[in-house]
Design a protein around this ligand. Sequence first.
Ligand SMILES: *Cc1c(COP(=O)(O)O)cnc(C)c1O
Length: 396
Amino acid sequence: MNVNETLQWLTGGTHARIDLDAYVRNIERLRKIISPGTALMAVVKADAYGHGAVACAGAAIDAGVAMLGVARLAEGVALRRAGIRADILVLGPTSVVDAPVAVEHNIAVAIGTESMASRLGDALSSSNGRLRVHLKVDTGMRRYGVLPEEALHVTESIDRDPALILEGVFTHFSCADEHDGTQTQLQIARFERVIEDLRANETLPPWIHLANSAGVLSGRSGDGNLVRCGIATYGLSPSVDVPAPDSFEPVMSIHSRVGRRFTLSAGEGVSYGLTYRGQENEQVATVPVGYADGLSRDLSNAGWFSARDRRLPIRGRICMDQTIVGEADGLAEGDELTVFGPGPEDMTLDQAASLTGTINYELATRITARVPRIYYRGGRPAAWDHTLLGERGHVV
Ligand SMILES: *Cc1c(COP(=O)(O)O)cnc(C)c1O
């Protein structure tokens, strides 16, 4: 198949559209919000929140971000294998067996316990490898990180270890997405004291970072020189309390096509369990998207798709691979429809999240590997990534 045939095939079924121009514009919007001396880390963990890490990382680097953030070392290795050469930091916990792999791929890791600092150093002592590390300080998230009172001591032991290079110190907010900023201010104050201690002791590393998207958007980001943004770069809001400004554009939308259209008679049930009963002559249609694509089954009889600026309510239970929608009058097999999108009649990720009691983060990351991602630039398909087939390509 040539490129056009491949794209036609991939967009002929359920697929994700990723607007890389919107992603870059969101990064620029964030840049305008943070102070001029502050750098931006694009957080591309979890396959860039379901958007595709390689394509987003490439676009973010072209947009001039200082660093990429991932959660696991393997995510960083995947970016290196795809040819990404920018600075990468693994934000989550690292284990001793990660150390040589991180050195080999020149990926920085977070150190969050004192014993990990010494064990990572020991793991590298027989090689010449040097591991770049950022010290994670737990100022109130209670998940990972050394306590503020331990930080000075741990930076000293990292400094003494020839296998470790201390490049950063950071913390993470537990409640930055809430209206009430008390906890965030407390964490900022605790972190500032750590920074003062390290500065006085001359063990302060070059990178100092606190804020995630919510910290930046709420104006409670502390006094670092780097911020770590994920959700806002994808044009999504951290929470209802801390929305992204209206100018931010959702980067991902999910599309599919009408399958079979048929008519229900009055009282006739549809899909597993027959949980929806039809009206007389109700027009319904199948859509080849299901919970195995990442469409939460909790949207059964609750969510909707859209076509031609009309809502098509989900009728009955969402199946693994198919969903049935109502109000299908006038639709024909093969017509395009939107599963998730930003348009006025589309179901947004935020709406789906509120219908199912979760957050947009979870719904975006749930889009599975069998949904091909089509990357748009200048309003046209520019590249694609089909994780299930292990194939990606560019439109030249
Ligand atoms: C995921 C993550 C971020 C990004 O958070 P957003 O809310 O998506 O901006 C920042 N820092 C750490 C440590 C993270 O794990």
